[in-house]
Ligand binder design. Structure first.
Ligand code: PMP
Length: 362
């Protein structure tokens, strides 16, 4: 097999090798039909089976109740920043936003184009290191929905609970932690996630939306931005990302074989703990970014003692076969993204490297 390196990319990110191998096996002929999945009509029975498998895969893993639709859209999570308010926030109406990092800020900016937005919590002043407790959140009277980001990919800050809207519909950007653990879907009105971290390749956005929201979409929406039309057409109003949906079906199968999301959560906790322990036991050499009670299981963010050492760390790590560790350009530092498919051996290898680096450059 071609040698694989440890890929800590925040997304597009590492995919499970068995999924890549299966895709390779089926590249020329999907299940013996003599054509690849990229070469067949999305209206064919062969692709319909792939779409059904992807949908059922997500539904089964997340135990999505029957009164929710599962959609595979395009435009990335970024389009959802706009599509959500465009469908559910009219002018003169209010939506609540909880801002715990850079992606939430972007979602907020788009929502402001549609209606009134109330930021009911922001951790910007503290440098986006924390998340609020449920009890701190006071929703606006008549809020159409409350929006939050369950895992802020850049800062590495994660909610450890499903936010309860107390009657206000909850909309969640779960791009970087969906499928990493079980979720209580019934607490949400709409969840969206770009696929390119835990679900599959880029170019597909998973949307899980409750039926009453689908029904509440106003008439005369632009077709491509209309959740109801997308739901009525089973995500195939136009040509969907057939390849992406195919890979999602395989990732779901792989996750089922691993024991599902409860098993993934255990493994993800174990992997993250190895890294956070290395940070905490470095005698202050490495500083973690997030407050300990909201440390992300997916994106582990930390800093060596200086910017020079940070550059040296990244260069030496790359030479040692660790890819993608440089923090996001907006915040710097080191970010180790360790999604579902990232192997535990890669985490222990990074910890060895970190200890070695600290000993040599202390
Ligand atoms: N939200 C979060 C939490 C993200 O991590 C990202 C991408 N890294 C986005 C939104 C934007 O996703 P996309 O590139 O699919 O538009």
């Amino acid at each position: 097999m071609t040698k694989r390196i440890f890929n800590f990319s925040a997304g597009p990110a590492v995919l499970p090798p068995p999924v890549l191998e299966r895709a390779r096996e089926e590249m020329l002929s999907l299940q013996g039909i003599g054509m690849s999945v990229m070469e067949i009509s999305h209206r064919s029975k062969h692709f319909q089976a792939v779409l059904d498998a992807a949908e059922q895969g997500v539904r089964g893993l997340l135990a999505v109740p029957d009164n929710y639709r599962i959609l595979f859209l395009q435009g990335g999570a970024t389009l959802q920043f706009f599509m959500v308010p465009m469908n559910f926030l009219g002018s003169g109406e209010t939506a609540d936003y909880v801002i715990t990092g850079a992606w939430g800020k972007k979602a907020l900016k788009e929502a402001r184009r549609c209606g009134d937005v109330n930021v009911i919590h922001s951790s910007a002043e503290g440098g986006f290191r924390s998340v609020p407790e449920q009890a701190e959140l006071i929703f606006s009277p008549n809020a159409k929905y409350v929006h939050y980001t369950s895992n802020e990919t850049i800062e590495g800050v994660e909610f450890k609970y499903d936010l309860d809207g107390g009657g206000v519909p909850v909309v969640c950007d779960a791009s970087s932690n969906i499928l990493s653990k079980p979720l209580d879907i019934s607490k949400y009105a709409l969840i969206y996630a770009g696929a390119q971290k835990n679900i599959g390749p880029s170019g597909v956005t998973l949307v899980i939306i409750r039926d009453d929201l689908v029904a509440a979409v106003p008439e005369n929406q632009h077709s491509m931005l209309d959740y109801r039309l997308m739901a009525e057409n089973q995500s195939m109003l136009n040509t969907p990302n057939t390849w992406g949906i195919y890979i999602i079906s395989l990732v779901c199968e792989w996750l089922r074989e691993q024991g599902g999301l409860a098993a993934m959560e255990e493994l993800n906790k174990e992997k993250a703990a190895i890294l956070y322990n290395a940070i905490d036991s470095s005698d202050g050499y490495y500083t973690g970014h997030a407050d300990p009670n909201c440390r992300s299981l997916m994106n582990v963010t930390f800093r060596p003692p200086s910017e020079d050492l940070e550059k040296q760390f990244c260069a030496e790590a790359a030479a040692a076969g660790f890819d993608g560790l440089k923090g996001h350009r907006s915040v710097g530092g080191i970010r180790a993204s360790i999604y579902n498919a990232f192997p535990k051996e890669g985490v222990t290898a990074l910890v060895d490297f970190m200890q070695d680096f600290a000993a040599k450059n202390g």
